[in-house]
Design a protein around this ligand. Sequence first.
Ligand SMILES: [Zn+2]
Length: 213
Amino acid sequence: MTPVAAEGDGTEADLAACPECDELHVRRAVRPGERARCTRCGTTLYRRPRRRPDHMLAIVTAALIAFVVANTFPILVLRAQGILSEATLLGSVAALWTEGQEPAAVLVFLTAWLFPLFDLLALFVLLLSVTTGRRPALYAPLLRALQAVRPWGMIEVLMLGVLVSLIKLSRMADVVPGVALWAFIALTVLLAAILSYDLRVLWRPVPHQEAAR
Ligand SMILES: [Zn+2]
């Protein structure tokens, strides 16, 4: 933990305001994994993630591949009385809709498909621009949108629901876990690493400046 001093002669861009008490601090370099705390109330001001942006880019790319696989193949295959039926995520959303459960269909579509996909794609673009040193005009709006959408991505909740249904269904029929289920499990693990990445670090994305402090 590195407390940051309130004194210093940095420019406005070098200041960090405490989100709790508004105390202004001059930014100091922190080592990977360390965090800077407010000298008045102890709130975390910023931290330097252990993973570099290029490492995160690799993790996000793997998560996008897992997302595609998870949505292309069936989550599970049901065998009952000789009838075989498969379920994909979007297929289940469509089934909910046609059965008159429109609010539930919309909720599952947004929280388990659209928002997580937006999260991964936006983070991919942001990390790519940080890694290549090119900052597109949409950088700041994209980062703001990502921070707003992130709390609504709930693939972990979906996974829990799928696992509970799998156990319940296995009493009534032969349930074979599909390829997508393993992809969803991989995605949940990768998302744990992605969600622990502090997005605030992307507001100061130029790596060589950060390293020079
Ligand atoms: Zn404070």
